[in-house]
Unconditional design. Sequence first.
Length: 436
Amino acid sequence: MARTVIKGGAVLTLDESAPFHADGAVIVDGDAITWVGPASELVSEPGDRVVDASRKIVMPGLVNLHYHVDMGRSTGEFSEDSRPMWELLFDDWYPFIGQLTPDEVYWASMACYAEAIRFGNTTVNDMYVQTEARARAAGAVGIRATLSNEIATPETGIDTVEDNIAAFKAVHGTQNGLVKVAFGIEWLPCASDSILSEVRAAATELGAGIHIHLNEAMDEVEDSLKRFGKRPTELAYELGFLGPDVVAAHCVHLDDREIQMMAETGTQISHNPASNSFLGNGIARMNDFRDAGINVGMGTDASFMQDMFEAMRWSTYLHRAKAADISARSSLEALTMATVNGSKALGQDTGVLAAGKLADLVLLDADQMKFAMMDRTDAGSVTEFVTNHANGNDVASTMVAGEFVMLNGEFTRVDAEEIKANLGTSMGAAFSRAFG
């Protein structure tokens, strides 16, 4: 197979030993990066496929550390703007996803994963139902996906621990290695201490990760105190549930002791600032997480907001405003969360452009007015423009495992019109069946 040579771009590697090349090149052979450096030092070979990146920014693909397939509804009596999260989930979300068929989930996943790729996400850590259908969709679109079930108590009508075990055995490691299966717990209000213990035992036995919503809303904290006499993270800690294989999403309402529990156990956190703000759940203690040495990645939560570039800005601006200090969060921190830290949390060899890393990367179109004042010879300037000016619509091409799954704005594996047509039919039927 011929090598792919991406040449002439401003290459933002996030590799500590060589973080930036103003006129750089990246060589991809198979699913891995074999060389990164100045274009002037590139050694070409016969048969190389050369991609001109001269008006592009080349950077690691984005790792969306907390994600849900969601072709949601937001109008009329079902408006997400008009109801509290507790009511939205128990009265709407769980009944809806619990009755979805594999075909309906397949087309919803195709649409969501294609949109994720369009916005430069090369990995999604996705919690939803019908894991086998989602695995097929991830393989078809070509995205790297860690898939977990929505494990909850029986009255929700969604998934059980046994469902997640079956999914692991059926599709973990499939789709040419793009798909991994983790264990997903919805959240404490529809879980129990026994469910936490069962999931920890199964995940440890199978060598799988865990994905959970934790301390997202004050309602959750109050429910946990009422039912268990402990805060959610305190309960998880005492049951031996936490650890480096756990991604805890949100963590908005951690107290000092819970932050130390996260740090002590090496638990990973996904910060989802836009979702937390949209749902009125509050602002996580990000600067305290950093001071405690916790690895924090970034997610968009439900796929109605796929744009990780927007999430980067939320993760910077909110915490500067809260601290009343412009130096409280940096653009580089935000970009690192969206790439390096998310990859670390999932145990992936991605997030950095360096020899030996998996070839998950994106090319941003910098040939636009808003990038005219960017100094493409300066790493700091390029980083600032990526995090403060770019958005998902600036992604020109997305590569996963050495393959361009979107090239010059066009999907290479799937037909967008086919996806839209099937999505409208299947999800329309699901909505009518669930809500009349």
